[in-house]
Design a binder for this molecule. Structure first.
Ligand code: DCP
Ligand code: CA
Length: 645
């Protein structure tokens, strides 16, 4: 069944105030047939699709609390220079929030445990927890958090065989449970394995009614009809709601099985590593992410299809990813709307007339439709960059060499760890990037010759050589030096060939996922996609002559140029602030790039498929327009809203 296409009166459309009906969510009530259950390749259009997002609670704070063996009930924050970057839940009870100053936090809670994030300092091969680290001389290290994050991810991989897992950020992962859940349904309900001989429409007959579900112990089931006073705090955990609900579907059964699997692996992570997590379980990534934050910490929430409309309708749509900026504002102004419910009255035709064809993506996301895939990412980044924003610019070569050594220590450690994971991991190229004041950044790269022991000295001396070539020396320079950011990194990572072994063969601890045989038609294991490479889109990754100099675009550190839409996509302003560490920004830029890629993929899919999976026909506009007039109203469709602010 396709999404609601009924046109509403034009007067209502233009104001955006017509009442939304459940017909707006038609695709939620797909009849599930034997064909659906027995198919293995429905991918994102599978009506039994189940996706979870699992996020660690107060992650950096938890890492420090566990590392130091501190009682988890004590209020604890992680500090980076003057700011807080993570606040545990006991500290939140005192009203302490992230981005607060230490002084203020201590005033609110005198017994607060404050841990400064580890830093590198010159002359040390390892990051440390020094007394009074100083941003003028030290560099933040997130290595411990990366390692802990990998431990959690590995437990997911080992504990959820058959589930597709995508690391979404340092402390979040999406898990596609569709495949293991389908197998479990067939195991628990063997009568579904065969189409009954008297089934009226053969394999296209609907499945028999599902058994009642006991949600006890599976998490918080979001209510289908919440009363206005309901808040996540009162929850519905363990109430066994909906056991006798005649509206129970096989998708609900699928959600409940995924909740069992997710709950088990979450408690394994907690027991083994000590990290508490919060998960959201729903029909797709968008809804799983929204659901994960329904109730935090240490909980999981389940969004049944029947509960989607009332869950989404009151939500301010400008909180939705990609609708937070200019695009969301334009919708709010155009339709005098603030919630998802307000916009449901707007027909697809109307949106497409005002915002271009691609606004089908908005139309669908408001209805909880998201066809982006859960994609496994490469286990090891193909590039590695250590970067430092310099509160005090470098004005002398000797200071340049200081920072090269600090950055080289981080790279040496990360390279050693990557090679412990994949013994054949070797970067071909070393890249140095510098930025002068607010001017265009410049970079230079050189081949990075193989050595058995790539220690700090080895990397620093290669970095120093690049520095001399790129920046010059005090005596060789005519203009004064004023370097505000320096980054040293590896690019062009290769896996050295050993016979015919695949990359997986080089894993010392192969993830269970890569051992799991997949049916050829599962369609879940992707070929490597060039977009997986999170390296900013400069010429850094290209191999070239021994040394090459490249001009990189001005805002390379805070934005990237999308090769698909040609737009420069920038981080939100709170992340471009000088107070935000370069490491956080680099991570955020990688995440932004993945999100942007997902956006294109979602748009591609939206262009080609309707809700029931049939090729989409873009319906004619209500008032046929000439190309000329349409161009004037929507010069670039919604793409223009993704321009750099
Ligand atoms: N982080 C950061 N700076 C930010 C945002 C996050 O350094 N502006 C780091 C610290 C966090 C970690 O990333 O611990 C994960 O970010 P989350 O947004 O998931 O926040 P938390 O895990 O700390 O808390 P929550 O329990 O709300 O998820
Ligand atoms: Ca988190």
């Amino acid at each position: 069944m396709a999404a609601n296409t009924s046109a509403k009166p034009l007067s209502a459309l233009s104001k955006g105030k017509a009442k939304a009906t459940d017909a707006d969510f038609d695709d939620l009530h797909l009849v599930i047939t034997y064909r659906h259950l027995h198919a293995h390749n429905l991918g994102v259009r599978d009506p039994l699709r189940v996706v979870a997002l699992c996020d660690s609670d107060a992650f950096y704070a938890a890492c420090e609390q566990i590392r130091l063996g501190i009682d988890p009930s004590r209020p604890l924050v992680v500090q980076q220079w003057d700011s807080l970057i993570a606040v545990n839940y006991p500290a939140r009870k005192f009203g302490i929030t992230r981005m607060e100053k230490i002084k203020e936090a201590r005033r609110k809670c005198p017994e607060l445990v404050v841990v400064h994030v580890a830093t590198y300092k010159e002359g040390e091969a390892e990051p440390g927890y020094w007394q009074n680290p100083d941003t003028l001389t030290h560099k933040v290290s997130l290595d411990h958090y990366r390692r802990e994050s990998m431990k959690i991810l590995r437990m997911f991989q080992e504990g959820l065989p058959g589930g597709e897992i995508e690391k979404a950020s340092i402390d979040e992962a999406f898990i596609d449970f569709t495949r293991p859940v389908r197998e479990e349904i067939l195991r628990r309900f063997p009568y579904l394995a065969e189409v009954p001989p008297d089934a009226p429409r053969g394999i296209d007959s609907p499945l028999p009614n599902p058994p009642p579900i006991s949600w006890h112990g599976l998490g918080t089931v979001i209510e289908v009809n919440p009363s206005p006073s309901d808040t996540p705090a009162v929850g519905l955990e363990g109430l066994g709601l909906d056991e006798d609900d005649a509206s129970t579907t096989w998708h609900d059964v699928a959600l409940s099985i995924a909740a069992e699997l997710m709950g088990k692996v979450r408690s394994d992570v907690y027991r083994t590593l000590g990290y508490s997590t919060s998960a959201g379980i729903a029909r797709n990534k968008f809804l799983a992410k929204l659901t994960a934050s329904y109730k935090k910490p240490n909980s999981q929430s389940i969004l049944r299809n029947a509960a989607i409309p009332n869950y989404l309708k009151p939500m301010p749509f400008q909180k939705i990813r990609f609708l937070g900026g200019k695009l969301g504002k334009a919708f709010a102004e155009e339709y005098d709307a603030s919630t998802v419910g307000d916009l449901l009255a707007i027909s697809l035709e109307e949106m497409q007339r005002k915002f271009g064809e691609n606004s089908i993506w908005v139309y669908e996301i408001l209805r909880g439709i998201d066809r982006s895939e859960v994609k496994e990412k490469s286990a090891v980044n193909k590039s590695m960059m250590a970067s430092k924003n310099l509160p005090k610019p470098i004005t002398k070569t000797v200071h340049g060499h200081h920072w090269i050594r600090v950055l080289a220590a981080e790279l040496a450690l990360r390279l050693r760890e990557a090679r412990e994971e994949i013994s054949a991991f070797w970067p071909k190229t070393l890249v140095l990037h510098v930025r002068q004041g607010y001017e265009t950044g410049r970079s230079k790269q050189a081949a990075f010759p193989f050595t058995r022991n790539p220690d700090v000295d080895y990397i620093a001396s290669a970095g120093d050589k690049l520095w001399r070539e790129l920046v010059g020396t005090d005596t060789s320079r005519k203009a004064s030096m004023n370097i505000t950011n320096v980054a040293l990194g590896f690019a062009g990572v290769e896996f050295m060939e050993i016979g015919q072994r695949s990359i997986e063969g080089f894993f010392k601890n192969p993830p269970t996922m890569s051992d799991t045989p997949r049916s050829p038609d599962s369609g879940t294991k992707r070929k490597r996609d060039p977009r997986d490479d999170p390296q900013p889109e400069t010429s850094l990754t290209r191999s070239g002559p021994h040394t090459q100099q490249h001009d990189v675009p001005p805002d390379e550190v805070t934005s990237f140029l999308c090769g698909r839409c040609g737009k420069r996509i920038a981080l939100p302003s709170e992340l471009t602030d000088a107070n935000v560490g370069a490491e956080i920004r680099t991570e955020a830029l990688v995440a932004l790039r993945m999100e942007h890629d997902d956006f294109h993929v979602a748009q591609d899919l939206a262009k080609h498929y309707s809700v029931d999976g049939s090729p989409r026909k873009i319906r004619p506009l209500e008032k046929p327009q000439t190309k000329k007039t349409r161009r004037r109203e929507t010069p670039e469709g919604i793409a223009k809203f993704f321009n750099k602010k």
